[in-house]
Design a protein around this ligand. Sequence first.
Ligand SMILES: [Zn+2]
Length: 85
Amino acid sequence: MGEHVDGNSLAGPLSELFAVDLTMASARCLGCGDVSELARAMVYPDPTGYVVRCSQCDDVLMVVVQEPDSVCIELRGMAWLKVPR
Ligand SMILES: [Zn+2]
């Protein structure tokens, strides 16, 4: 695994899908049960998008794939994602 950045780097790509800033959302990791703001996650950019890992157990929380005509988010590493209103 290469260098990672923090979850704040997801603000741009996720703004294409959601009207709110999801970096302030809380997520529960399925691997360890940790509940943290998405901004605290470890984000590994790659040429196709981002792999987002739990800052506590390193399990994959989500994968964001950016294609020319779409953005796809896979969320299977989260028990839930809570978005503040
Ligand atoms: Zn975890």
